[in-house]
Design a protein around this ligand. Sequence first.
Ligand code: AMP
Length: 120
Amino acid sequence: MAEYDENNIFAKILKGEIPCDKVYEDDYVLAFNDIAPLKPVHILVIPKGAYVSIDDFGTNASLEETQAFFAAIAKIVEQKGIAETGFRCIANTGADGGQEVPHFHMHILGGAPVGRMVAG
Ligand code: AMP
């Protein structure tokens, strides 16, 4: 598992060095609009803890962090009105997964049909 880079862009957002368009925040989680949205709703949900990827988070996060993360997703989709219409969560991971920012984040995409699961 890669080592956490304290200077990645989401770490800078968490430190307040770079602004974000905040959607949700609690003690463990921050969520903000993606800077280059691919759907009418495109939100990134990140843990405040320093985790590189979903597997790092799943291995090393506390129960409180894990519970808060998924509870935040549920609150956000309800708040954005896409719980009923549907949405997709994506956690790109590592090189083959196409992960660009090495701080675990879940994309929430919705507000329009998202299409097939992956491009062939
Ligand atoms: P991934 O390829 O899963 O690592 O996705 C990284 C996502 O972060 C991309 O969808 C980018 O558009 C988004 N992104 C990069 N910088 C920012 C930023 N400063 N604020 C919001 N979203 C960002």
